[in-house]
Ligand binder design. Structure first.
Ligand code: NOJ
Length: 540
């Protein structure tokens, strides 16, 4: 028996960049509401919203100062209620981002916790100085130290991300109680689950120094520790089990074995996890040091995860990752072909597919020229660090240009009119100038567009039990070709995907279920970046 979150396709919205309706240059909830019919037409069954809660925006909403209110620039709680209801009317479920590893330093709990005598003190991780400096040698995800000294308290607090994102203390049961109430608040409003931000980092098992060998010094003390599993089991038993909902975890540095423990049904923790390994195949050690994309490496890792887990959260893009067509496809000569091929790949794998806004029209990486155009805190911190290490300016810029999270965050390209139809004001982040060529409006009119193809492919998945529930079996994983089979109840689908700008010979039998080129029969040769799904009976 399947669950609705296995049958449906998820569409991630980064609200800041989706649609502005009041001219302040920032996307808002009424903007999302205005596009619901379009999302329904595309075939989307679940919307995941990146954070819309009150936030000072140090990390664009991933620093929450009030979990029960809406950031005014996004609208009001009444707007949010209208969004949930409007989506529900179109049979679209809404999933919230649950950011509970840390809050904003402007959250009331943190402000109170600065007083050592406050009952909130133990909500966060405060420690006295050691030898006149930070309590340990850990380093943060945002290229800084992990500890910030607070004069008022006379102590340091831990922050794995920016210093405006203090980590909560999961050794304190009161924190868990607060989080459970926040989850109930949103579930009672009618949301259908959570995308759980960096969820496998919650529990800090010890605060000892990290061994220098780790990528992030100290991370061995908090990645997927037992305490996190216990917290997740409590959240499941106390809250999630009482609602018709699901939880997908964003899990950092996770191995298949760790992922298995986090989402194995019998353990009662998460329903699925986002792993990072396939997204790391074009880098050396950290994402800032890119190496040439080789499809073979990419698809072998995808295959490894398909084989290892019962159910995967499949994605090629999100608000933290550069655009997939620029990265795994070809965003010049074979832009359309490779974007469609990636669509077939994503929607044919076993698991729940996640599409990031703009992916369905083949949006590409940004065309910015200087650091002044970058808004992302992580990119600025890394640039500063690299400059501090005496990397020349040109090299630093190149590193940021290729890997910055702002690549995915440029405003949604709705039309070829001013500001891509995103805003009548000044957009908060520059708009990719290719909006005149790449936009929703034009693609809705063009029967051969990437968007039309996504629509078709989503419908094909929706109607195919084999694509949804079938077993996965890899056939070819080379730098030019990814071929695999899906099999279910007497039916076999063969998925043939070319990652090459040259024709590829590959045998395959059966009639064509869908082809990215629109062809209706298969002759044993794939065109550049073509994708074909063949359908055949399984011989008894
Ligand atoms: C992961 C989120 O996806 C990212 O955008 C954010 O910066 C960090 N977690 C910290 O919340």
């Amino acid at each position: 028996m399947s669950n609705w979150w296995q049958d449906r396709v998820v569409y991630q919205i980064y609200p800041r960049s989706f649609q502005d309706t009041n001219g302040d240059g920032i996307g808002d909830i009424p903007g999302i509401i205005s596009h619901l019919p379009e999302l329904s037409e595309l075939g989307v069954g679940i919307l995941w919203l990146s954070p819309v809660y009150c936030s000072p925006n140090d990390d664009n909403g991933y620093d929450i100062s009030d979990y029960r209110n809406i950031q005014p620039e996004f609208g009001t709680m009444a707007d949010m209620d209208r969004l949930i209801a409007g989506a529900g009317n179109l049979d679209i479920k809404v999933v919230m981002d649950l950011v509970i590893n840390h809050t904003s330093d402007e959250h009331e709990w943190f402000q109170k916790s600065r007083d050592p005598k406050s009952p909130y003190r133990n909500y966060y991780i405060w420690r006295p100085a050691v030898n006149g400096g930070p309590p340990n040698n850990w380093t943060s995800f945002f290229a800084e130290k992990c500890w910030e000294y607070d004069k008022l308290s006379g102590e340091y607090y831990l922050h794995l991300f920016s210093k405006k994102q203090p980590d909560l203390n999961y050794h304190n049961p009161a924190v868990l109680g607060e989080v459970e109430n926040i989850m109930r608040f949103w579930l009672d409003k009618g949301v259908s689950g959570f995308r759980c931000d960096v969820i496998n980092l919650l529990y800090k098992a010890s605060l000892e120094d990290g061994t220098k060998k780790m990528i992030l010094t100290g991370s061995e003390h908090y990645i997927s520790r037992n305490g996190t599993h216990e917290v997740l089991r409590r959240l499941r038993k106390d809250v999630l089990d009482h609602y018709d909902c699901f939880a997908v975890g964003e899990t950092v540095f996770v191995t298949p074995a760790m992922a298995h423990d986090l989402c194995d049904r019998s353990r009662g923790e998460l329903d699925m996890v986002f792993s990072f390994e396939h997204m790391e195949t074009d880098q050396y050690i950290v994402k800032w040091f890119k190496r040439r994309f080789r499809a073979g490496r990419f698809v072998k890792i995808i295959t490894k995860w398909q084989d290892a887990l019962e159910w995967n959260a499949n994605y090629f893009e999100n608000h933290d990752q550069p655009r997939s067509v620029s990265r795994f496809g070809n965003d010049t000569e074979y832009w359309k072909e490779s974007a469609k091929m990636l669509a077939v790949c994503l929607l044919s794998l076993r698991g729940t597919p996640y599409i990031f806004q703009g992916q369905e029209i083949g949006m590409t990486n940004f065309d910015f020229k200087t650091m002044d155009e970058i808004r992302d805190i992580e990119s600025h911190n890394v640039y500063r660090l690299l400059r501090h290490m005496h990397f020349p300016k040109g090299i630093c810029w190149n590193i940021i240009r290729v890997s910055s999270r702002d690549n995915a965050r440029t405003p949604m390209q709705w039309s070829n009119s001013a500001n891509a139809g995103f805003t009548t004001g000044m957009p908060w982040l520059g708009i990719n100038q290719n909006y005149r060529r790449i936009n929703v409006y034009d693609q809705k009119k063009d029967s051969s567009s990437i968007r039309k193809f996504y629509q078709k492919m989503i419908a094909v998945r929706g109607q195919s039990d084999t694509l949804k529930y079938g077993s996965f079996h890899a056939l070819h994983t080379t730098n030019r070709l990814f071929a695999f089979e899906r099999e279910y109840s007497g039916e076999k689908l063969t998925v043939l995907l070319s990652f090459s700008p040259k024709k590829q010979k590959v045998t395959g039998q059966g009639s064509v279920l869908i082809a990215s080129s629109g062809r209706t029969s298969y002759d044993g040769v794939l065109a550049p970046y073509e994708a074909v799904i063949l359908i055949s009976e399984v011989k008894a």
